[in-house]
Design a binder for this molecule. Structure first.
Ligand code: UMP
Length: 197
């Protein structure tokens, strides 16, 4: 390869624990409503599964993640910060953070930047790519928990590695590979393998 290996890393579900914090915040805000424990989550969209459970609960989920402070206060996925820092220091690798914003952008956009600055540092603000369509971003690898990533490009430049999350454990990935965590070191082998291509 003439250029460095460009690794696109998703934020929600890969660096930041959107699912855990949404559940915790939901329980606080709606203690008397039913909820879906993480081991019972299915499908990417939280609101869709809640709405099926009971009419109106989908809107409650939206209320929770649209609140001021939600994105800023997301906890990290275990080991993610240390791992992407190390990834960014690897030879012949460029890391970018590739994330889709809510259309309700009032807090989300600003707070994503605040999160990156707080957990990774000011230098990383230059690495943020905000897009609704990740297929048009020209990377070699995309690490993302959303199983089906589609958009204007039918054949994106990247290979999608599906990061395991509570909502996709039972999902048929149609041959796509998984990365299960940032803690057991397997991510290093994966990157080394891509570097050799
Ligand atoms: N998102 C929701 N509901 C969900 C899951 C995600 O609104 O159930 C939003 C949060 C983020 C965006 O703004 O989608 C994350 O998209 P990715 O970058 O992870 O694809």
């Amino acid at each position: 390869r003439q250029s460095n290996l460009r690794v696109l890393v998703d934020m929600d579900g890969v660096l930041c624990d959107f699912e855990l914090y949404l559940l915790e915040s939901y329980k606080q805000k709606y203690p008397n409503e039913p909820c879906i424990e993480l081991q019972d989550r299915e499908g990417f969209w939280v609101k869709d599964q809640y709405e099926k459970l009971k009419e109106g609960l989908g809107a409650n989920c939206v209320n929770v993640h649209n609140c001021k402070g939600f994105f800023k206060n997301l906890p990290e996925i275990p080991g993610s910060i240390e791992a992407v820092k190390e990834l960014s220091q690897m030879e012949n690798v460029d890391v970018f953070l590739c994330t889709s914003p809510l259309n309700y952008y009032k807090y989300c956009m600003q707070e994503k930047y605040a999160w990156v600055e707080k957990h990774l540092g000011k230098n990383w603000l230059e690495k943020i790519i905000i897009t609704k369509d990740k297929t048009v971003v020209n990377g070699h690898v995309l690490i993302d928990d959303k199983p089906n990533i589609t958009g204007a490009m039918l054949q994106p430049s990247w290979e999608h590695i599906v990061f395991t999350s509570c909502h996709n454990t039972g999902t048929n990935l149609h041959g796509k590979r998984r990365l299960d965590n940032w803690t057991d070191g397997t991510w290093r082998d994966l990157i080394e393998e891509f570097k050799k291509r």
